[in-house]
Design a protein around this ligand. Structure first.
Ligand code: FAD
Ligand code: 2HG
Ligand code: ZN
Length: 469
């Protein structure tokens, strides 16, 4: 691979890297005619992240159809000293899925088989390239659902979700992806295949390599198949949008509902400016007849209609302004859209800087008040948008009006987070976007352990160089 001179950083390189003829021939040998794509227009689609902030370049897209082909690709690339970026749905939000250094893109889309679903324990083995939406459709046939849900469901893949330890909309009840991983198959940077798809609940036979691969962001191995636990899908649901005057009242209310509402499945926060932006984009009607500064979207599920218990909990809530609650599928979806459409609506303003952070709950409200002030003190013309999973202390700080490679705001916000005892990445990962600040949350000894693990599984550093470490 001819490495382009301008490939490091957030702006796209001018030079297009090309494959050396012998490397091309060996990859063709492994992949067959459908598996190697070098048409620059097709490859280009895979070199830009979902937000448009990270723009790289690549000589080729490889599309293996089996674990054996993935191992073959890694073995060839390692021998040629060529790096590889594993890519699922390319919906990641930290720049980890695109080739910023002229790497080959290894897309998992052809490894997308699903099933069968085990009737006894609800487990299923899934090709890493299967989308969450496709898995949800299969799960529904069995009265089940995937354990994690997120707005990018039609594009995000199970491999990407395990690689990032995705969180999503129901962590408050079920936890992130790692909690539901029952087995894995992956190819390391040496081309070795690690396969442990037993699905055994009790299996204390040494290191938890699946747990290690989960959240490793493609730096230790290319996941080819994962075994996940599906969950029962409760028969009835109620969704409420609850308006508050103040953030601290909203945070306190969520804490109270966590104790009193048995079937609490989601507690998501949005603010007035974000709601206005989403409604202006969608043309939908405001569900309230007056604006509230803060809203919490709550979902409660159970075998019977949970709306009465939900109404009781709302009646006992201090500082509550107003609420709309519905058990009907259509209106429920419209309330969810107000929350889920934030990412798309903000992106339409220009590629934001995305700072996905967790705060201790007792610091959450003060942080949300402080952070817009901090942002404008660093870059006066920047604008801050806040929303997220308040039930988990996780707020998505989106900042628009910044140049893609101007990291001053990122630094100030992440330092504020760490100073408050929070995490600089709640659920999206470190990727390229936050690598500079890993030290804010991890000690030198921890990072040294990370490096040692990386060297053991990827001795030549060909898997996702520049991501995480
Ligand atoms: P990609 O974007 O392709 O890759 C992400 C990372 O995983 C990269 O580092 C990549 O190299 C690595 N990777 C991908 N596949 C593999 C593999 N098979 N083996 C090894 N490494 C691999 N995230 C949340 O956590 N919660 C949310 O609520 C959420 N909502 C979202 C909503 C929208 C609208 C969008 C655009 C994104 C959202 N995300 C959310 C982020 C994103 O969807 C998740 O990070 C998801 O897990 C990425 O899956 P993917 O298949 O798109 O992975
Ligand atoms: C969500 O919770 C996703 O909707 C995306 O994690 C967050 O757009 C974001 O910053
Ligand atoms: Zn999120």
């Amino acid at each position: 691979v001819a490495t382009p001179a301008a490939s490091v950083g957030h702006h796209g390189p001018v030079v297009r890297p090309t494959l050396a003829p012998d490397l091309r021939a060996e990859l063709e040998e492994v992949l067959g005619p459908r598996g190697l794509v070098t048409d620059p227009d097709v490859v280009a689609v895979h070199t830009v992240d979902w937000t448009g902030r990270f723009r790289g370049s690549s000589p080729a897209l490889v599309r293996p159809a089996s674990t054996g082909e993935v191992a073959g690709v890694i073995e060839v690339c390692r021998r040629h000293g060529v790096s590889v970026v594993p890519q699922g749905g390319n919906t990641g939000l930290v720049g980890g899925s695109v080739p910023m250094g002229g790497e080959v893109v290894l897309a998992l889309g052809r490894i997308d088989d699903i099933g069968p679903v085990s009737g006894l324990d609800g487990q299923v083995t899934v090709g890493a390239g299967a989308t969450l939406g496709a898995l949800a459709a299969v799960a529904r046939e069995h009265g089940l659902r995937p354990p994690v849900d997120l707005a990018a469901r039609e594009t995000a893949t199970l491999g990407g979700m395990v690689a990032t330890n995705a969180g999503g909309l129901h962590v408050v009840r079920y936890g992130p992806m790692r909690h539901h991983l029952a087995g894995y198959e992956a190819v390391t940077g040496t081309g070795a295949v690690l396969s442990h798809l037993t699905g055994l609940v009790k299996d204390n036979t040494g290191y938890d390599l699946g747990g290690l691969l989960c959240g490793s962001e493609g730096t230790l191995g290319v996941l080819t198949r994962v075994r996940v636990r599906l969950l029962p899908d409760p028969a009835a649901r109620a969704v409420g949008l609850v308006g508050f005057e103040a953030l601290d009242a909203a945070v306190a209310a969520v804490a109270a509902w966590r104790r009193s509402l048995e079937g609490l499945e989601a507690a998501e926060i949005v603010l007035r400016d974000g709601v206005e932006l989403v409604l202006a984009t969608s043309g939908d009607r405001d569900p309230f007849d007056r604006p509230w500064p803060v809203y919490v979207l709550v979902e409660v599920a159970g075998d019977d209609d949970p709306a009465p218990a939900f109404a009781d909990a709302l009646a006992a809530t201090d500082g509550l302004g107003d609420a709309v609650v519905t058990s009907e599928p259509g209106p429920r979806a419209r309330l969810w859209a107000i929350r889920e459409e934030h990412t798309t609506a903000i992106n339409a303003l220009g590629a934001p800087h995305k700072l996905d952070v967790t705060l201790p709950l007792d610091a959450f409200a003060a942080f949300c008040v402080e952070v817009p002030r901090l942002v404008t003190s660093v870059v006066p013309e920047a604008r801050t948008w806040l929303f997220g999973h308040v039930g988990d202390g996780n707020v998505h700080v989106n900042v628009t009006g910044l140049a893609p490679d101007d990291d001053r705001v990122d630094e100030a916000v992440l330092e504020l987070v760490a100073g408050a005892g929070g995490s600089i990445s709640a659920e999206h990962g470190i990727g390229r976007a936050k690598r500079r600040w890993l030290h804010l949350n991890r000690t030198p000894a921890e990072i040294a352990a990370f490096v040692a693990i990386k060297r053991a599984l990827d001795p030549d550093g060909i898997l996702n160089p520049g991501v995480l470490l």
